[in-house]
Every structure is written in C-alpha cells, then in structure tokens.
Design a protein around this ligand. Structure first.
Ligand SMILES: NC(=O)c1ccc[n+]([C@@H]2O[C@H](COP(=O)([O-])OP(=O)(O)OC[C@H]3O[C@@H](n4cnc5c(N)ncnc54)[C@H](OP(=O)(O)O)[C@@H]3O)[C@@H](O)[C@H]2O)c1
Length: 327
C-alpha cells in the first residue's frame, strides 16, 4: 500500500483508503460482524485512513470505527463529517452552536477527545461565503476538539471557493471514470495550495466494478433504489448521476481495455490514482473480499496509455454530455 501527503496536516495516508458509508446504512442490509471484518481487512491491507460521517446509520459507522480502533494497535486516522443532521438542511444551520453539538456527538461515537479531521458535509453553497463558519471551526481547533478540518463538496466551484479559507486542509469530491471535471481546473489550484483531495464515489456506487446488469435488484433501503433521481439527496451521489443504462454500456466499453490481471474495480481505482493531485480514493466496502480487491489496486502498475485514452474517449462520447456541466 502506497501513501500520499494529506494537505498540510503532516499525515501521510494510504492512497486507497476506506469509505464507511455503507457500513452505516442506506446500502441495503448490513451486518456489524461483516462490517467489522471489512474494516479489519482494510487495516490488514495497509489502510490507515477512514472516511465516515455522523449521519451514516445515525452514528453506527462511527461506533464501528471506534470498535476497530479498540481492537487494533496501528495508528488509524478518521475523517468524519458534520452538518447533514440539520433538518431543514440550511446554510443558517451551519452555525458554531450546531457544529459544536454535532462534533460532541462524534467525539462520543468515536470514543475520543479530539477528532482527526472534520469535513462540512456538502453544505448549501452559501456556507462557503460565510467566513464566520470557518472562524468557528478555527475556534474548535483551538479548543482541542478537532485537529484539522476540510469540506466535502458537490460542485467544483464549491471546492474552489472553500480552499480560499487558509485552514481548509482537504476537499472531498466525486472523481471517477464517469466524473472528470474536477481534474480540469480544481486539481491544479488544490495542489498549488497543498490541499488534500479525497476522491469519493470512486466506483460510481459499484457500477465501475463491472458487476451490475440491467436486472440487478437493490433493496428498498439501498440508495441505488431510492435516490436514482435525487429524491433524498444529491442525484450525483447515486451512480455518480449517470443514467443507469448509458453507464452499463460505457462500463462494457471500458472492459475492453482492462489490463490483464486487474479487476474492473482496480482499473477504476488505478485511474483515479493516475492523478497526482489526488491524495486518496475512498472506495466504500461492506465485504472483506471487496476491500482486499480494492486495496490491492494501490500496488498495481500505472494504467497503460491506451486504457487512459479509452476512458477519456468513452467519457467524452457517452458520459460528458450528461454530467460534465452539472457538477
Ligand atoms: N456527501 C459525501 O460526503 C459522501 C457521499 C457519498 C460517499 N461518500 C464517501 O465516499 C465513500 C465511497 O463512495 P460510495 O460508497 O458512495 O461509492 P463507491 O465507493 O463508488 O461504491 C461502493 C460500493 O461498490 C461496491 N463495491 C465496492 N468494492 C467493490 C469491489 N471490489 N467489487 C465489486 N463491488 C464493489 C459495494 O456495493 P455492493 O457490493 O452492495 O454492490 C460498495 O458499497 C463512502 O463510503 C463515503 O465514505 C461521501
């Protein structure tokens, strides 16, 4: 497992890390024993960084990570998020009092007295125009409640605005074979400011792993069933916002350029790691076997130029018209 520098934090994190949404909920049934086995597999495979949120399963994901940390002696850095418990989810809700209360809950769930990294959880765009929000986060750092903070964004422009605040260490953004726009302008700016980039939804919710078909069924409480058109949260978070049938056809085209000895999930992760500005990909994994497959991508050779060119072409022909200007 290779590692990369995370912003200006002084930490180096595994370039394939662990996304802990699915072990909390919204991805169909979950079993804590299997989830813990998946987390242990990640650590066994060299992962030292986990992305979670207070809202994943109402703290379930954070509590499982606390259990993992009790069970393991390795240093494990945890990035959590705050803000999505607001109802209604408004910019005004992102005030110091609410954020402090959310952070206190995460401290309890994670059984710690200081959070490694807190990310604002895809707040309304207006939050990035309210310096008071970031002043409040600075005070939470001074109070010793959080070590560092960053943001998770829906749109490239939100990331560009967020990194104007000098203590934003990380930006989490959707970046994958079906979402190329972050690489255009944002990556260069983030790199110049030494801001870490967490590439989320790296497998387009499993599509890029190449195992889904037109007949795939998803459980009632799996967002791949209930959020396809953005009914519950941003449409881009489910299948990366790409039409399902179009995506299936594009995946089959990509498969033709799969280097020998690589799984489709590994191709998708290696594609992300070809971009130096990215700190890490954070694939979600509920099952140990998937986690092992994903982590092995770190040690695979770079993708050949013909595969990179094919992904570019397939994106340009099939996907770009549907998503490029939306996020
Ligand atoms: N707003 C935000 O800040 C936000 C939003 C979304 C995600 N995130 C973060 O980003 C992380 C990753 O995104 P994501 O979980 O939405 O999507 P993802 O990583 O693109 O897809 C994860 C899903 O793909 C399937 N999968 C994973 N590895 C596989 C493998 N090797 N082979 C076959 N299938 C595999 C699993 O589902 P099945 O086996 O059930 O098909 C898994 O739940 C999340 O866990 C979370 O930490 C943050």
């Amino acid at each position: 497992m290779h590692d990369r520098e995370l912003g200006r934090t002084g930490w180096r994190v595994s370039d394939v890390s662990f996304g802990a949404w699915a072990i909390g909920g919204a991805w169909g049934s979950v079993d804590d024993t299997e989830s813990l086995a998946a987390l242990h597999q990640a650590i066994d495979s060299g992962v030292n960084f986990i992305d979670t949120a207070d809202v994943y399963g109402g703290g379930r994901s954070e509590r499982l990570i606390a259990q993992l940390k009790r069970d393991r002696k390795e240093e494990i850095l945890v990035a959590t998020k705050a803000g999505r418990r607001l109802s209604p989810h408004t910019a005004d809700g992102y005030n110091e009092q609410n954020l402090t209360a959310f952070i206190e809950d995460s401290l309890r769930n994670l059984s710690t007295d200081c959070l490694d990294l807190v990310q604002l959880h895809c707040p309304p765009t207006d939050v990035y125009y309210r310096p008071a929000v970031f002043d409040g986060l600075d005070r939470l750092m001074q109070a010793g409640k959080i070590r560092h903070y960053g943001v998770s964004v829906e749109r490239v422009e939100e990331g560009l605005k967020a990194i104007e605040f000098p203590n934003v260490q990380t930006v989490q953004i959707i970046f994958n074979c079906f979402r190329h726009r972050p690489a255009e302008l944002f990556f260069a700016r983030a790199r110049a400011k030494r801001v870490g980039i967490l590439a989320r939804v790296p497998l387009a919710s499993g599509l890029l792993a190449g195992k889904l078909t037109r007949d795939s069924q998803f459980e009632k409480d799996d967002h791949r069933n209930f959020n396809r058109h953005g009914e519950s949260f941003d449409q881009g978070e489910t299948f990366s916002g790409v039409d399902y049938d179009v995506a299936l056809a594009a995946v089959e085209e990509i498969r033709r350029y799969l280097p020998a000895g690589m799984s489709m999930a590994q191709l998708a992760l290696r594609w992300i790691l070809m971009f130096d500005a990215v700190t890490c990909a954070i694939p979600g994994g509920k099952r140990p076997r998937q986690v092992a497959d994903n982590c092995a991508a770190s040690d695979l050779p770079p993708l050949p130029p013909e595969t990179m060119a094919a992904v570019d072409r397939i994106y340009g022909d099939k996907i770009r018209p549907l998503v490029h200007q939306r996020w």
